[in-house]
Design a protein around this ligand. Structure first.
Ligand SMILES: [Cu+2]
Length: 503
């Protein structure tokens, strides 16, 4: 029998990718961050609620056991709201694991928020600000049983109102025990009719109000903004955010914030553009388009094989809010392209991985290898974990030639096979460096600088990068994922592909 794995994988991917709607939500809203609150290294997971206002669950693991208390306050990331923190609330310390803290906070508004983490311990206080993009991902539908109960109550109450009105007219001024005269029946019917009309009017006004409120809320539900891509001239890709359809006229709709003239630099680039051939996910580029004067972006394409490409374009708004725009482009034939320069990288030369076992190895172009170290446990959706990779040179020894690639020890793009999840992550977590720096800048200056938050750069000291890379992440849902991991070695950017089955 033939081994079905590769073909089955491709078929699965083809089936699911074709079902991808225009409103793919890039569904990895939770925030993972490894950072330092002054002297304490913390691994922070924030589970962002699906509806706003909603409760964010926060889990913090301290690397050392010298943290005695953690307090947390949510607030805006930038603007006046970032100057006046609310009173922080204490996180609960786990009884079994004194390095683990947990709490939940209400996020009351949409937009670019932060949670400020105050850590206290034997080494004094420390502060870390974690940026939180707060968006509504969906409307919670009413439970069917609750809806049925409320409907029955509504009918009973309405009938009761009508019958009370009728009874009041029929029997309101009768002596006890007397029967109502038949002549009153017409007035009774009239009163019942008026009461029914009033009840119906109240119900329909209530219905209108309810629906208007639901529409107002729905206008806040975040759908990834779309990007339009065309190839002009030879090998030149032109990108432009599509106009947002205004369903409600509500200017606070998140997608309306995306203004290509209101961005900040992230890793020294305005945009990080990922082109991933679909459905096979067998060609991957990470490019950095130039800003064009007309609010659009242009990018000279490298040599690329023909095919259909999924586009994920990362930008950071001046509020610190990270946005991933989605789109697609077809290359009817291969393009000759121009050689990659600067931070641009990518490849279609990686073999398609088929094994997803405990340990996966990928060859790198210089004969070295990248190894995904797994603990043998199945990957579970919703569980924060460390993705650990190791780079070896051509003789199998730990690679000594790693350099920072755009300020990071490694970059990884994590994509679900249907394109419904896309996450661009680093050893410091899922927060873009630009948002992180804005958040730390909002911390009060009164505290000693050393107590301020910083990204954890342990994997990278004095321009040297250790060959072991760990990336905090949690897969948001079950499925088949591909992880593209990029490192820079001796000036060359190398990309390895890994597959993950998440249960
Ligand atoms: Cu990156």
């Amino acid at each position: 029998m033939k081994r079905p794995s590769k073909r089955f994988f491709l078929l699965l991917v083809a089936l699911t990718w074709s079902a991808l709607p225009a409103f793919a939500h890039i569904g990895s809203p939770d925030v993972f961050l490894e950072g330092n609150a002054g002297p304490y290294k913390l691994f922070v997971t924030v589970r962002v609620p699906q509806v706003i206002p909603g409760v964010a669950e926060i889990e913090i693991r301290s690397e050392s056991n010298d943290v005695s208390a953690i307090r947390i306050a949510p607030m805006q990331l930038t603007g006046p709201g970032s100057q006046y923190p609310p009173a922080p609330e204490a996180a609960e310390r786990s009884k079994n694991d004194p390095q683990f803290f947990r709490t939940s906070v209400w996020l009351m508004e949409f937009g670019s928020l932060q949670v400020r983490i105050e850590a206290d311990g034997t080494n004094g206080p420390g502060l870390l600000a974690v940026p939180i993009p707060a968006i509504a991902q969906r409307t919670l539908p009413m439970q069917k049983s609750l809806g049925a109960l409320l409907f029955i109550l509504m009918i009973v109450l309405s009938l009761a109102m009508v019958s009370i009105a009728a009874a009041a007219v029929r029997e309101g001024n009768l002596a006890p025990g007397a029967a109502a005269p038949a002549a009153r029946e017409q007035r009774v019917r009239f009163a019942a009719g008026i009461a029914a009309f009033v009840v119906a009017a109240v119900l329909s006004v209530g219905g209108l109000w309810w629906r208007a409120d639901a529409r107002q809320y729905a206008s806040h539900i975040y759908a990834p903004p779309e990007i339009e891509a065309v190839i002009s001239l030879e090998n030149q890709l032109v990108l432009r955010a599509k106009p947002i359809r205004m369903t409600s006229g509500n200017p606070r709709r998140p997608a309306d914030w995306i203004n290509f003239n209101d961005l900040i630099l992230d890793h020294e680039h305005w945009m990080h553009l990922f082109l991933i051939r679909s459905p096979g996910m067998d060609a991957f580029w990470h490019l950095h388009p130039q800003r064009a004067s007309s609010g659009s972006f242009t990018q000279k394409l490298p040599a690329m094989p023909a095919g259909h490409y999924q586009i994920f374009a990362d930008v950071v708004l001046s509020s610190g809010f990270p946005v991933t725009l989605v789109g697609q482009i077809d290359l009817p034939s291969a393009i000759a392209g121009t050689p990659l320069t600067g931070d641009d990288s990518g490849t279609d030369a990686n073999p398609i991985p088929s094994e997803t076992g405990a340990r996966a190895e990928r060859p790198l172009p210089d004969g070295g290898r990248m190894i995904w170290e797994r603990d043998g446990q199945p990957l579970e959706a919703g569980v924060p974990l460390m993705l650990r990779f190791r780079v070896t040179d051509s003789s199998g020894n730990a690679a000594r030639d790693l350099e920072p690639y755009m300020g990071m020890a490694a970059h990884a793009a994590i994509v679900r096979s249907d394109g419904s999840v896309f996450a661009h992550v680093h050893p410091t977590g899922s927060v873009p460096m630009a948002s992180f720096e804005l958040a730390q800048a909002s911390l009060p200056a009164s505290l000693a600088e050393s107590a301020h938050g910083s990204m954890d750069m342990k994997q990278m000291t004095a321009g040297k990068v250790a060959p072991e890379i760990s990336i905090p992440y949690g897969f948001p849902k079950a499925g088949l994922y591909r992880i593209f991991v990029q490192v820079k070695r001796s000036g060359q950017i190398q990309t390895a592909f890994f597959d993950a089955i998440v249960k």
